[in-house]
Design a protein around this ligand. Structure first.
Ligand SMILES: O=C(O)c1cc(=O)[nH]c(=O)n1[C@@H]1O[C@H](COP(=O)(O)O)[C@@H](O)[C@H]1O
Length: 312
């Protein structure tokens, strides 16, 4: 019902980061692609099989040092139902390896439809009287801009199934300020107001470490807002994308953490997935290159957190 399981995983691995699994065929070594095409031809089935093999390699290489993965649903939907099957298989594989799985779906709709999304990704679907996990993630990214009735159905599922949600508050993209930075009649910005909603929505699903099961997405590309929101939303755990490929670094993400070095999990997708291409190493070494980048990222961020804690 909260992010306690994720926090415990972060503490166990001493690593407040999440590896994004946003696979594209262009990132996948040719030996994997060739094998899939030899088996299935140039089909969606082949693409989906290649994605799965690539993801499994990454998960195997990361699962003992990185607490969580974040597959972004769009990269799987791009390959039709075959791709969506790979999403489900990726979630199951990562969970079986002990990783906390955040499905990045950014879902949003009216209450009754959100109930269906909540059931699909976090809950159990009623199949002829039998309750079965459909996708089975641990957390889901959602858009809260439809208001409370869109979020409420998720809270019930989070409480019953020990799951969490991350609500978009201040996104990492260049245009995020167009709407999110606007001042409302209250004098507060839109993102600040959404942060207040997160604090409120989370009240009924508080965890033992002071954070609720309602987290917020706040981008690494806006460090000042990260620091502002850390103060204003003290019970809201942050998912922080924008490190690496979007330009964010350790200094930028540092304000996301509380005085105990908790409170945030930093995502890198392309930075980790494409490390082998950046390194220009042998393609068979792609997963170990991802591991090297994940270790570099962890050490850089942990060193920065250590400095902050040392300086009070
Ligand atoms: O919800 C997200 O994860 C998200 C929110 C946001 O504001 N910005 C953002 O980049 N993301 C996601 O975080 C990932 C960033 O990927 P990289 O830029 O490759 O590290 C992608 O899956 C994005 O969809």
């Amino acid at each position: 019902m909260s992010f306690d399981r994720m926090i415990e995983k972060i503490v166990e691995t001493q690593n407040p980061t999440v590896a994004g699994l946003d696979p594209k065929l262009a990132y996948i070594p040719s030996y994997i692609l060739d094998g899939a095409v030899a088996k299935y031809g140039k089909t969606l089935e082949a693409a989906a099989a290649a994605l799965l093999e690539y993801n499994k390699g990454l998960i195997d290489a990361l699962c003992d040092i990185v607490p969580a993965v974040k597959p972004q649903a769009a990269y799987y939907e791009m390959y039709g139902w075959q791709g969506v099957r790979t999403l489900a298989e990726t979630v199951a594989y990562a969970r079986a390896k002990g990783m906390f799985v955040i499905t990045d779906g950014k879902r949003n709709d009216i209450g009754t439809t959100m109930e269906a999304y909540a059931t699909a990704h976090l809950g159990k679907t009623d199949v002829f009287g039998e309750k079965t996990e459909a996708f089975g993630a641990d957390a889901l990214t959602v858009n809260g801009y439809l208001g409370t009735d869109g979020i409420k159905p998720l809270l019930g599922v989070c409480e019953a199934e020990d799951k969490g949600i991350f609500v978009l508050v201040k996104t990492s993209n260049p245009s995020s300020g167009e709407l999110q930075d606007q001042k409302m009649e209250s004098g507060k910005t839109v993102y600040e107001t959404m942060g207040e909603f997160c604090e409120h929505w989370g009240e009924t699903i508080m965890g033992k470490y002071g954070y609720s099961g309602v987290g917020a997405v706040v981008g690494a590309t806006y460090p000042a807002q990260l620091g502002e929101m850390r103060e204003k939303a003290p019970h809201t755990f942050f998912l922080v994308p924008g490190y690496g490929a979007q330009g964010g670094g350790a200094d930028d993400v540092a304000p996301a953490f509380d005085k105990n070095g908790l409170g945030a999990i930093i995502n890198s997708s392309r930075g980790i997935m494409c490390a082998w291409q950046k390194e220009k190493c042998d393609e068979h070494d792609y997963a170990q290159a991802a591991r090297r980048e994940a270790i570099r990222m962890r050490d850089e961020i942990c060193a920065r957190i250590g400095e902050i804690r040392a300086n009070g």
